[in-house]
Design a protein around this ligand. Structure first.
Ligand code: A2P
Length: 343
């Protein structure tokens, strides 16, 4: 069977990768629509050597669409995902809008593929930092039991969209020329203050919530519990933007229920789906964002046993935030649904 696919937000950082991944993975496409804002309507876009016209994302645009991949911001999903579902479209939504809705499965296929069966038309793609962490933690949990997770992230600007990539590029040039850098996008476009990202790190991603954690940090906390079906797992997160274009890195501390050593964790991760173990300190081999750009797997290295806490371990986890963190995971969800006769 072949499917009519729509990409909502086709001109964006994630939408562009969705387009590439559909081609690369030979998704069974009957027809495809590229949707974006009215600003882009009428512009041309290339797909596999054929030229398509970008259309404005409207409710009617979903007529005849089997599966729509949304990545145009939460407010667009809030408005248009229900309209698409009304027209018989299955929505795979990359925004945070529906993720914590109990009627919406939040899925990383390597972790909780079976949750797809419970869908009611919308499936949520988790937060980019959450996806790469749970891909590595799930196999560890299955074998050793997870008791606690503490994560600090080093997140690339592409997670904040094309305008943030452009901001880092322009600021890097301004610095080179000795000019004062101007900040307009990061940490959060709609917030009153903006800070340079070139030569800086910003300990704020998304807005602050009442408890002092940012929304991004709360996404990592709540989504991890939902995806792993561990509502009582203690998770803490500190999310930081760094001047990297593509590739989120994470320093993750875990405590396991069962006693284990580093070799046990190596053995678990060596055989884990979607994971590449890259941990050879004697050859200075460990994951770094510049090398994961364009790669599918989640890379794990720097695995150490804590020196003081029994069953405490430290890991370094890196993945392409636009691929496994967004576009690739969305398409893997669609592929799993096809295989499981859900689409
Ligand atoms: P457009 O290029 O027409 O503004 P990014 O995450 O890289 O910033 O990209 C955001 C994506 O969401 C773009 O494709 C953008 O299209 C799209 N988008 C933004 N606002 C809307 C809207 N109101 N309706 C549909 N698409 C939108």
């Amino acid at each position: 069977k072949q499917y009519t696919v729509a990409i909502v937000g086709a001109t964006g950082a994630v939408g562009t990768k969705m387009k590439e991944q559909l081609l690369k993975r030979k998704f069974p496409i009957k027809d495809i629509k590229f949707l974006a804002s009215a600003r882009s309507a009428g512009k041309e876009i290339d797909f596999g050597g054929k030229t398509y016209k970008i259309e404005e994302a409207t409710p009617e645009a979903f007529e005849g669409v089997d599966v729509a991949l949304f990545s145009a911001g939460g407010s667009v999903s809030a408005k248009l995902a229900p309209e698409a579902v009304k027209r018989g479209t299955v929505v795979i939504d990359n925004t945070s809008h529906f993720r914590m809705d109990p009627d919406v499965p939040l899925v990383v296929p390597e972790v909780n593929r079976e949750d797809l069966k419970k869908h009611n038309g919308i499936i949520a793609n988790p937060n980019c930092s959450t996806i790469q962490m749970v891909v590595a933690l799930k196999p560890i949990h299955d074998q050793l039991g997870l008791k606690r997770v503490i994560v600090s992230t080093y997140q690339a600007v592409s997670g904040a969209g094309m305008s943030a990539i452009e901001e880092l590029r322009v600021q890097s040039g301004e610095w080179e020329k000795g000019k004062d850098v101007e900040a307009k996008v990061l940490p959060v476009k709609s917030e009153p203050k903006h800070y340079p990202i070139a030569r800086n790190v910003i300990p704020q991603i998304d807005v602050f919530t009442e408890n002092g954690f940012t929304k991004e940090e709360m996404k990592m906390i709540n989504e991890t519990k939902k995806i792993m079906h561990l509502p009582d797992l203690p998770v803490a997160a500190t999310c930081v933007r760094v001047p990297v274009v593509i590739g989120h890195s994470e320093s993750v501390y875990i405590e396991t229920e069962k006693e284990a050593n580093v070799q046990d964790i190596f053995n678990i991760l060596k055989n884990a789906p979607g994971v590449v173990l890259q941990d050879d300190i004697h050859n200075q081999d460990y994951p770094m964002p510049i090398f994961v750009d364009g790669e599918d797997p989640v890379y794990v290295g720097r695995i150490r046993k804590d020196l003081f806490q029994p069953n405490g371990f430290h890991l370094w986890i890196v993945a392409d935030n636009l691929l496994k963190g967004a576009a690739l995971n969305s398409i893997q969800i669609a592929e799993a649904m096809i295989e499981d006769n859900l689409l």
